[in-house]
Design a binder for this molecule. Structure first.
Ligand code: PR8
Length: 468
């Protein structure tokens, strides 16, 4: 893909995903087709989350006093908060922040709910819109000012070990989620200067976009006891002593859908993984003057059979040329298409077309078509996933020296290098090369290599990239 940015912009419009002509910067409309993709994505997400968490819903507005309580957190968000200052004509006594994230909305309530160790753990999540006055260049789904699909989880625990385990659980959950969407990812521990404001450490998922820039698509934060101290979240432990609780939080956003679009799309348009495609197969009856009725009857029969097995099917009976229909559904990314014309019917066959490989597979109408379609959907899903991991592999290079890192990154690569992990050294590397350190990708490696910048012994493999 020559120009990813332009492609992405056009695909959102041409495939009816979002409309960014809404007259506020950083805020777009989800159009019905996009909304269906979003809904299917959230269905998968909720299925995963509901096994471990309870879904809740907190208010959008946060009193200024609560937001201001946690010093580091508020400092991290101070330039990004939208404020409500008036109710009608009346100036409010206390300004209300529109949530940029919900720690300061939730944790004062958690303080009321947590009394004893038997109240723990708490594991809750909500899917809401949050607002961040982003000053960097905004882009639909990727960097928005209204994050419409902010899925945030918040957990409270009685020990530091349990919180650390929850971080691992969060990571496993997100792996499953991204695997289901066939999105390749890199996991790294963010450098201290790039962790979530108020967190002890941040683990992040990044995906490499077609232009080689990385996009952070999910983060899992260990909050330690920082917020528990600020919001007085304490519990009586088994010994009868009062302790501050241990917390984690993790979140994903609209970016997941951007990543799915970017991971699989091509010059023909979208290519949706079967799990999130609004329809998984399009039936295209090829009708000429004669034999139309029989073709329609057979197509309807097949549609009913597929639907009875839970496959999402649409029949395109528009009065336009089949070629135009093929084109449209390729653009919309439907994984499979089923073609049947009068001649096929006479020969007792039909054609199934794969969006991902372009293959056309002839099937006998005596075959179990439903089974064939579900097998193909599973195959498409696996092959799309393998393809996006293979593309990611091609974009990663491991370097021993950082001399040309800027040029290499400009060529669309993500760089792995052995790093000492030292904060000062890392900041100097970023300043001298103009490239960001994403974080530590592998820890505690046995090697006799030294840091290419400061010459100290190394034990980490770190990642550098241009980022969105
Ligand atoms: C938290 N608190 O807030 P986080 N546009 C689109 N996606 C975005 C944007 C944006 N402007 N900003 C962030 N994201 C924690 C965890 C509750 C949940 C996405 O963490 O600030 C990024 O993918 O890291 C990010 O990883 C995720 O939201 C969570 O935001």
């Amino acid at each position: 893909m020559e120009n990813f940015s332009g492609w992405f912009h056009d695909i959102l419009e041409n495939a009816d995903i979002t409309d960014s002509r809404y007259p506020i910067k950083g805020m777009s409309v989800w159009r019905p087709y996009g909304f269906q993709i979003r809904r299917a994505t959230l269905n998968i997400f909720r299925d995963l989350m509901d096994k471990e968490h309870d879904e809740t819903l907190f208010p959008l507005l946060i009193p200024e006093a609560e937001l201001a309580k946690e010093g580091i957190h508020v400092k991290g968000f101070e330039d990004e908060v939208y404020w409500v200052t008036h109710g009608g004509q009346t100036e409010l006594n206390e300004k209300l922040a529109i949530r940029p994230t919900s720690e300061t909305a939730m944790y004062p309530m958690f303080a009321l709910w947590v009394r004893s160790h038997i109240d723990l753990p708490i594991k809750q999540y909500q899917v809401v819109n949050t607002f961040r006055y982003e000053t960097k260049h905004t882009r639909p789904l990727i960097r928005v000012r209204e994050i419409t699909t902010f899925a945030e989880a918040h957990t409270v625990h009685s020990s530091t070990e349990e919180a650390a385990e929850q971080v691992e659980t969060g990571i496993e959950l997100y792996k499953k989620f991204f695997d289901g969407l066939g999105i390749a990812y890199l996991i790294s521990k963010r450098p201290v200067w790039d962790k979530f404001p108020g967190a002890e450490y941040t683990m992040a998922f990044d995906t490499i976009m077609p232009d080689g820039k990385t996009l952070q698509i999910g983060t899992v934060h260990n909050l330690g006891q920082t917020f528990a101290h600020t919001f007085e979240i304490t519990f009586e432990n088994k010994e009868g002593n009062h302790e501050y609780a241990y917390q984690t939080c993790y979140g994903i956003s609209d970016r997941v859908i951007a990543a799915a679009i970017a991971a699989h799309g091509d010059e023909k348009g979208l290519q949706l993984p079967p799990e999130i495609s609004p329809k998984q197969i399009t039936i295209i009856p090829i009708i000429f003057k004669d034999g139309g009725e029989e073709v329609m009857t057979k197509c309807n029969e097949i549609k009913d059979a597929l639907e009875s097995k839970g496959i999402r099917v649409q029949m395109d009976t528009r009065d336009i040329r089949p070629g135009k229909k093929f084109f449209d559904w390729e653009l919309k990314g439907t994984p499979l298409r089923f073609e049947l014309g009068p001649r096929d019917l006479n020969n007792n066959v039909a054609i199934i077309g794969r969006r991902d490989t372009g293959e056309k597979i002839e099937v006998s109408l005596d075959d179990n078509i439903t089974q064939k379609v579900s097998d193909l959907l599973a195959e498409v899903e696996e092959s799309m996933k393998a393809n996006s991991w293979a593309k990611q592999e091609e974009k990663i290079v491991t370097l021993d020296s950082l001399d040309n890192v800027s040029d290499i990154v400009d060529e669309g690569k993500v760089v792995k290098f052995y790093w000492c992990g030292d904060e000062e050294c890392g900041k100097a590397i970023e300043e001298e090369t103009g490239v960001d350190i994403l974080g530590i990708n592998e820890e505690d490696i046995e090697t006799d290599k030294v840091c290419p910048h400061c010459g100290k012994p190394v034990k980490h493999l770190a990642l550098m990239a241009k980022t969105y």
